[in-house]
Design a binder for this molecule. Sequence first.
Ligand code: FES
Ligand code: FE
Length: 365
Amino acid sequence: MRSAAGAHSLGREFFVDQELFAREQANIFARSWLLLGRSSDWERANSFATMEIGGQPVVVVRSADGILRGFHNVCRHRGATVVDGEKGCLEKGLMTCPYHAWSYDLTGQLIGAPNMASVENFQRANYRLQPFHIQTAHGFVFGNLSDQPPELASALKTVESHLKDWGVAELALGARLEYQVRANWKLLFENYSECYHCPTVHPALNRLTPYKGSDNESQDGPILGGPMNLADGIATMSTTGKLAGCPIPGLDSKQLRSVYYFTVFPSFFFSFHPDYLLIHRLEPQRVDATRVICEFLFHPAVLSDASFDPSGAVEFWDMTNRQDWEVCERVQSGARSTAFAPGPLSNLESIVAAFDRHYRKVMKV
Ligand code: FES
Ligand code: FE
């Protein structure tokens, strides 16, 4: 285990400073590959989902040719947001602005602009919805707002072998949970990065995976984490410790006796279980508020079994999540105090120190 010797937690400003939060949105979230969902979330042609990236409204659509495209959800006329609603189907494959009815097809082309024909030099071709980069990998959809994003493959490199071993491209959604957490997004990353709190905060989790039975595969950079050993007689993380069905096919004996936890900077966590993949997706909303979407992906053979019941895993993680959010919100409350000051990290918090190092490097702070 790498020591966190000398490392201290982040100072108060990192959790309460609005200006710093705005800089994070611009320098981190608007430049990184962010997980936006599963490709199956846009199952049919004309499916759409709206979201915010780096605090900016965007829309992702699947056009008739089957291609997923991402656009800034901002009208080229006078800037109104064009598509409303979180997700759904765009009738006739059009995005029509509710303000003056400029309308765009799902490739972003402006195809209707009432009363503009008489405007000198106006050419519809000059006013496409502005696109951003979308890529798919392992059944996931990722988006990046920067003009020249880095290779997505390099952003996922550290977890690539796990994604392959778990056959994640084939896995499908078995359950979904959603939370509003009144805490800064970094507190959620830091909390996920250590099990020092497990004996006090998660007595049930600590029985399934005793807190000192962990190893760090990746201790530096944008992806951090490693395995925790399942206790004897425990097959997975669930209320009963039993599997929801069969394990993921092809896993080796170590993978069947471990849960692999990784944070992927800056927007999600992967938790590889013997029988499912749990994903926490974080959307920072304000300096002190984060939306979390939790998805459980299972093997299709397990999902199609008439007796499939994910409730053991879902209830276990719902309880554990709520325990985690409570302590994250507790630290956020502490950060309201001018007495809040960086404290020394234990050697069980070396990944917290590694997250903070990477964050400081990216933000140059
Ligand atoms: Fe969209 Fe005018 S702002 S049509
Ligand atoms: Fe926890």
